[in-house]
Write a protein that binds this ligand. Structure first.
Ligand code: ADP
Ligand code: MG
Length: 384
């Protein structure tokens, strides 16, 4: 767990001044995978793992960023900001700085400390947690603020344009706009959202397969290109279709034969996932947890079989959870090809569930998985 007091004194002793501190949470996506960049629906919740950003002004015109996770300091000239990333962790905070500068803000020199306990590269969005915490920190220096959805878009652009990772807006949006004890159904087209309560007796158990993924990696890009190719074929018949969000399963029946077989499968995942995600929010609002679990199971199968976005270890982590007591629903979460599964579990049985799942996974793969019992947290904020 992060300790803001220790973090503050770490920054003070390194940079010689007491920082303003901001927190940006990571997130777990309960349902809605690879739908965000198709302008569809996602339903994440923020989690109680986060990035802390501490900031103090500097008089020498330098931007000095220290990541405690990496034990490394990077230095830049505020008057000559880099135009693009350098394939380093500092791309994430500097991407935010660069986008804010591009929006016309004059960036002063500052010292920024970062520390996070969101596992890196595990699908829980440590990247958005860094961007969002950094954005709040830098905006505090500028005495500026943006409405949540606008800030989410700026942080997404930092990752798209500066880091070079083709992510959608979900991660940044939930990190900023989350509400404690709620999931958030987000319409990635309009950025309208709806909160759905996660009952007190339900825990979010996140099981890390310990297999690393990378959003910048080729598989994510290939899947995205395949589903977009399917969309282009539907659009050639129905010009109103600009994203798979606009397409229906009937469109696939009509024109799927014109698509490459893989494109058809990817599109079937995205289109059916949009339907499931909206239905899952409705089920949560009604308190129908059995339906939530059923939809999560269906979503995992679709992600694994149609989208081929899973891996042996993640499929096993979901399968091994099925007959454990307390399970409501389980699926692979995040960009895919590894990372974590999300399990909705009766809170009273969550500890036993986590132990049993970990033991089973270790017996099968010889890997000890990190398993976290989480709750849905609120969005990014200053720590006073
Ligand atoms: P995910 O968002 O699923 O954790 P990404 O590949 O999108 O995975 O982002 C992980 C990257 O974000 C790390 O490789 C690192 O560059 C950066 N990052 C995350 N947390 C920190 C941190 N506390 N300090 C510095 N960089 C971080
Ligand atoms: Mg990320």
């Amino acid at each position: 767990m992060h300790d803001p007091v220790a973090f503050r004194s770490m920054h003070s002793s390194r940079f010689g001044a007491e920082p303003a501190v901001f927190v940006g949470p990571g997130r777990v996506n309960i349902i809605g995978e690879h739908t965000d960049y198709a302008e569809g629906f996602v339903m994440p919740a923020a989690i109680n793992f986060a990035c802390l950003a501490g900031i103090t002004p500097r008089a020498d015109g330098k931007i000095v960023i220290y990541s405690e996770n990496y034990g490394e300091e990077k230095s830049f000239d505020a008057a000559a900001l880099p135009a693009q990333g350098s394939r380093n962790w500092s791309d994430y905070p500097m991407g935010v700085v660069s986008i804010l500068a591009g929006e016309g803000h004059k960036i002063p020199g500052f010292s920024l400390s970062l520390w996070g306990d969101v596992p890196l590269g595990s699908g829980l969005s440590s990247s958005a947690s860094v961007e969002v915490a950094t954005a709040l920190a830098v905006l505090s220096l500028l005495n500026a603020s943006f409405p949540g959805p606008v800030l989410a878009r700026l942080c997404q652009r930092a990752e798209n344009e500066f880091v070079g990772a083709n992510c959608g807006i979900m991660d940044q949006f939930i990190s900023i706009n989350a509400r404690e004890d709620h999931a958030l159904l987000l319409d990635c087209r309009t950025l309208e959202y709806k909160l759905a309560p996660i009952p007190d007796h339900v825990a979010l158990v996140i099981a890390n397969t310990m297999v690393k993924h990378s959003v910048a990696g080729g598989d994510y890009k290939t899947r995205r290109a395949e589903s977009e190719a399917a969309c282009a074929i539907i659009a050639s018949h129905r010009p109103g279709v600009t994203f798979l969000r606009d397409a229906t399963l009937e469109d696939l029946d009509k024109w799927g034969s014109e698509m490459a077989p893989k494109s058809l499968l990817r599109a079937r995942h995205v289109i059916s996932e949009n339907l499931r995600t909206v239905a899952c929010c409705d089920a949560l609002l009604r308190g129908d947890l059995a339906e939530v679990g059923r939809l999560m199971a269906e979503a995992h199968t679709s992600y694994s079989k149609d989208f081929e976005g899973s891996c042996v270890e993640a499929d096993a982590m979901v399968a091994l959870a099925q007959d454990l007591s307390g399970l409501i629903g389980a699926r692979l979460t995040g960009g895919g090809f590894g990372g974590c599964t999300v399990n909705l579990v009766e809170r009273s049985q969550a500890a036993a569930f986590a132990d049993a799942l970990g033991a089973r996974y270790t017996a099968q793969f010889g890997i000890v998985p990190d398993i976290h019992i989480c709750h849905a947290s609120g969005g990014a904020h200053p720590i006073v």
